[in-house]
Design a protein around this ligand. Structure first.
Ligand code: SAH
Length: 218
């Protein structure tokens, strides 16, 4: 750790506690999720110039026109994903900074994450190495195809918004599995899809605002 990272770590405990209080006030109930967010150093997932803002409940730029998701939405989506049956194997589409991936890695056995922008993926990989998060596998690809090799997944979380739910993601969901995904263009909403055998039950939740899911890889 560099001295500047330590400095931020030391001064940030109160700000981190404030963030947890705020997440609780906003309705996050899972003590496991709150505890992971409290311990995970979000400032290591953003550029050093933005580190002092890392414990504000806000999305921040991570380069390449992308953002690290707001802590509230990370907490909410994680809580929804993990509700109900145990989730051992989870797929994430849109690694970005790797923050959501890291939160998941502390709550499930194995996390697979797909990112289309290579430099973001490489930075995320370096962060996981530093934090000794050893149960994460990354792939540089268009995540609308999912990651067939390791399917089926008990849970799939998508952190960018497609216009429609990609069929491959539904196909790669295990029976009893759950998909949490923002869907839409200028108007998006969070959807939860539960697979029961070959039936898919969809629930529409609140309006959200994610970067778009784009095709291809760079
Ligand atoms: N979970 C991330 C969110 C980053 S923003 C975080 O908290 O940091 C969403 C990410 O989805 C971006 O990094 C973007 O490049 C990625 N993305 C967009 N379309 C994609 C696609 N088709 N396949 C994989 N990743 C995609």
């Amino acid at each position: 750790m560099t001295s500047s990272q330590q400095g931020i770590g030391m001064t940030s405990q109160r700000t981190r506690d404030r963030l947890i209080t705020r997440l609780k006030e906003q309705g996050i109930e899972s003590s496991e999720v709150l505890s992971v967010i409290k311990d995970l150093p979000r400032h290591l997932f953003v550029d050093e110039a933005l580190a002092s803002r890392a414990y504000e409940d806000t999305a921040l730029p991570i380069g390449h026109g992308q953002t690290i998701s707001q802590p509230f939405i990370v907490a909410k989506m994680t809580e929804i994903l993990l509700e109900g049956s145990a989730k051992k194997k989870v797929l994430e589409v849109g690694t970005g900074s790797g923050y959501q991936t890291a939160v998941l890695s502390r709550l499930v056995d194995r996390v697979f994450s797909v990112e289309r922008i290579s430099p973001l993926q490489n930075q995320a990989r370096e962060r996981f190495y530093q934090l000794k998060l050893n149960n994460i596998k990354l792939k540089h690809s268009d995540g609308s195809w999912g990651w067939d090799l390791n399917a089926p997944y008990d849970g799939i979380i998508v952190t960018c918004a497609p216009e429609e739910i990609p069929q491959d993601l539904l196909r790669q969901l295990a029976p009893g599995g759950r998909l949490v995904i923002p869907v839409g263009g200028s108007q998006q909403s969070l959807r939860v899809i539960d697979r029961n055998g070959d039936a898919f039950e969809e629930t529409e939740l609140d309006a959200v605002s994610f970067v778009p899911l784009l095709s291809g890889q760079i």
